[in-house]
Design a protein around this ligand. Structure first.
Ligand code: ZN
Length: 263
């Protein structure tokens, strides 16, 4: 039996027996784990606050190789991000991040990168006015961590140029017609190669330019400011990308979309 001490973010909670909860958490050092937190539903035990979604706890747990659940021996609340559970839009965003991470295979030795990304993202979301760009930045970093970066440089079908040759970080798109991000192809289709299939989503040249620019910096301070339409198109395109990769829908995305793009 191993005893492990690590910080972890609660991704999922389930009621268990009368007063307990089963927590699934993303740890900094040991991938994802699930275990019973005794008194997770009882306010008197003080554990209810530690059994809430998206909180960061310091855990001490023991693990048997054959068991599905770890045994939580100690759990201390480190950060709770209250706005994530009080603001509906923030809640939907955090829920989507959690679901993405629940779907990922996370090896122990990559755990810290995922943990740090989620921690930073939840903290930004907690303090921000809106989550739309935070979500986009999170998704771009997830594409990198999962090793499924789309090729944004040349057409994945005909290998033709997508950009005008220019010096500097910002390249302007070669065509004024719509492009496609195609998850099956792992990249972009130029307007001449666009097709109708469920893994392709149309992107206006401006959306693609913003995508490429933000992806090359992975920071919020892009030269190009995204329009509402850029972000909306990319929301769908990247969702389709993840759906293709995981081979299943993400339930949390439908509600998030409905809430983010009301008109
Ligand atoms: Zn092409």
């Amino acid at each position: 039996m191993k005893i492990i001490e690590t910080d972890a973010i609660v991704l999922k909670t389930m009621d268990f027996k009368e007063k307990d909860s089963i927590l699934t958490f993303l740890s900094r050092d040991a991938g994802k784990k699930a275990g019973v937190l005794h008194g997770g539903k009882s306010l008197r035990s003080g554990n209810a606050a530690r059994a809430e979604l998206f909180v960061i706890n310091h855990f001490e747990y023991s693990e048997k190789p054959s068991a599905d659940l770890v045994r939580i021996r100690k759990c201390e609340l480190l950060e709770s991000f209250p706005p994530l559970r009080k603001n509906y839009s923030k809640f939907l965003h955090a829920n989507y991040f959690s679901e993405l991470l629940l779907k990922c295979e996370i090896p122990e030795d990559e755990s810290q990168e995922y943990f740090d990304l989620l921690k930073k993202t939840l903290s930004q979301l907690s303090n921000a006015k809106t989550g739309i760009e935070i979500k986009f930045n999170f998704e771009l970093q997830m594409l990198n961590l999962l090793g499924i970066q789309p090729n944004l440089e040349t057409c994945g079908q005909c290998e033709g140029e997508l950009w005008h040759k220019q010096s500097g970080r910002y390249l302007s798109p070669k065509y004024i017609a719509k492009y496609q991000l195609d998850a099956g192809l792992g990249g972009v289709r130029c307007p001449n190669c666009c097709i109708n299939n469920s893994s392709s989503v149309y992107l206006h040249p401006g959306s693609l330019a913003f995508f490429r620019e933000r992806y090359s910096t992975l920071l919020g301070n892009s030269v190009i400011r995204p329009t509402y339409n850029n972000l909306k198109e990319l929301d769908e395109a990247i969702y389709v990308y993840f759906r293709h990769y995981f081979g299943s829908q993400l339930k949390s995305h439908a509600l998030l979309m409905e809430n983010s793009w009301k008109n």
